[in-house]
Design a protein around this ligand. Structure first.
Ligand code: ZN
Length: 304
């Protein structure tokens, strides 16, 4: 037996999908759990037949009427890490060229801090004994997303924050944020990547006393916890804004078991509602964070 979360969610959220992706087989067992997550179970053979037919291109396996958006910055020598993590991402060439046996062979070795680039914060980053990266449920990493836009106030004030009132205003305009949603905060900071001075507000190595970038308040974090969101993401270096010394939003979310995504890219590509996000971190056992590849299935924009 196999658990498949995404297909029923796509059917509900994206709409307009072809039958291969919207129909849960008749013999599937579907239930909705306490957190509002939908689960369907069916046999491996059925999955193989209907979902992984050979020869499909990536654009054919995403739901009809949607586009695939990469929300991930590349990992390279320019990748931004916290100012105190001065070593950053390293890719070291190990083998590169023709072997004695005559064939070409290439391999590298990489190293990096957990927290930098587009990455996941596991709850244990700020909550002792809370789940590490490998223990974050997949249901928190693959879910429908909403995008709350605070770019207007961030343009005027680099220390701007998502506040509880922004969440309430969003819900008045767009409907309530349902349990199991991934909430993404769009500040407009993604286009500053990888310019350290513009992204962090300060490019002095090792210094964290003059950082300026947007984040979310503790009250906003608690409001999202009360809505039982799956995860929270932002297009800045931290869920707490640059001047924070207490990391209160981190602590509120971590304590509630809510993972966060930081340095999320291309949030301007997503609609307010209707995208489904898949954010899969490297499964570092016991890790407090990990690099994550985040993609979204987003409804294709209607041509005017
Ligand atoms: Zn982090």
């Amino acid at each position: 037996m196999r658990s498949i979360l995404l297909a029923p969610l796509l059917a509900i959220v994206v709409g307009g999908c072809g039958p291969k992706y919207t129909e849960v087989p008749d013999d599937a067992i579907v239930h909705t759990d306490r957190m509002g997550y939908h689960h369907a179970y069916w046999h491996r053979q059925m999955v193989a037949a209907d979902f992984v037919r050979p020869g499909l291109t990536p654009s054919e396996i995403i739901p009809e009427g949607s586009v695939l958006v990469d929300l991930t910055h590349p990992f390279d020598s320019e990748t931004l890490y916290w100012p105190t993590d001065e070593r950053g991402f390293h890719l070291e060439q190990v083998e590169h060229g023709r072997t004695k046996a005559g064939y070409y062979y290439e391999s590298n070795r990489y190293s990096a801090p957990e927290h930098g680039g587009t990455h996941l914060d596991a709850p244990r980053h700020f909550a002792q004994g809370a789940p590490g990266v490998d223990a974050v449920p997949l249901s928190r990493l693959m879910a429908p997303a909403v995008v709350i836009d605070i770019s207007a106030k961030a343009t005027k004030n680099p220390d701007a924050q998502l506040e509880r009132s922004d969440i309430e205003a969003f819900e008045t305009r767009n409907g309530g944020i349902e349990a199991g949603t991934i909430v993404l905060v769009y500040t407009g900071w993604g286009v500053r990547w990888p310019d350290r001075k513009r992204y962090f507000g300060d490019d002095r190595p090792g210094h964290t006393d003059a950082l300026h970038f947007p984040g979310i308040t503790e009250q906003a974090a608690n409001a999202l916890v009360s809505r039982k969101v799956a995860a929270v993401g932002i297009d800045t270096a931290s869920i707490d804004h640059g001047p924070s010394r207490s990391f209160a939003a981190h602590r509120a979310l971590a304590t509630a078991g809510v993972p966060t995504f930081e340095n999320v890219a291309q949030l301007e590509m997503l609609p307010v509602r209707g995208a489904v996000v898949v954010a899969l971190p490297m499964k570092i056992a016991g890790g407090s964070g990990a690099p994550v590849r985040i993609v979204a299935f987003a409804p294709r924009r209607q041509q005017p």
